[in-house]
Design a protein around this ligand. Structure first.
Ligand code: HEC
Length: 148
């Protein structure tokens, strides 16, 4: 094989964004299982139930359930659009410069940065916003990639 071609193939293989597009099943789900599931898994209440008594669930380390693609999209482009981005942002896009309160759950040090990058690539760099749900325009929602 020609040298340039094999070098390119090697690069592609070591670079997930080039090798294939980011999907929920392949890239996000494993991070979620490791970093989010214990508080947002099947034992967590559905959003409506959670909202009836948030303090109580918080004491129990339970947030609203997001145990699958659809359930997670609810917090990305659904009823709670933008919520996941606001909570995961490292502070570079928030008004007060403070990270969202789920940012720290993305992992330690390097892993945290890598996982945030992964979420951003999955949703789309140009779709990433920390705006309030009501302020996000339909055009902005359209930009969200977040493939299953
Ligand atoms: C130690 C438990 C815990 C872990 C781990 C955790 N969360 Fe949470 N999360 C909570 C609790 C409790 C709430 C509700 C309280 C609040 O809004 O801060 C919450 C709220 C949220 C919300 C806001 C939901 C809403 O509409 O009110 C999002 C989005 C979220 N978490 C995403 C994540 C993601 C993504 C991860 C993994 C990277 C994660 N969380 C890891 C406990 C956790």
């Amino acid at each position: 094989m020609n040298k340039l071609l094999s070098a390119l193939l090697l690069l592609a293989a070591s670079w997930p964004a080039l090798a294939d597009e980011i999907t929920y099943q392949k890239h996000i789900r494993p991070v979620w299982e490791e970093q989010c599931e214990r508080c947002h898994g099947t034992s967590a209440p559905e959003y409506a139930t959670f909202m009836k008594n948030p303090r109580q669930f918080e004491l129990d380390d339970k947030g609203p359930r997001m145990d699958g693609y659809e359930a997670m999209m609810f917090f990305i482009n659904g009823q709670e659009a933008g919520m996941l981005m606001r909570r995961l942002d490292d502070g570079s896009n928030t008004q007060d410069g403070q990270p969202g309160n789920m940012y720290r759950h993305l992992g330690r040090k390097e892993a945290r940065l890598e996982n945030l990058k992964l979420f951003k690539k999955w949703i789309g760099e140009d779709a990433w916003t920390t705006k309030k749900t009501a302020d996000i325009t339909p055009e902005e929602l359209q930009r969200i990639k977040a493939k299953n």
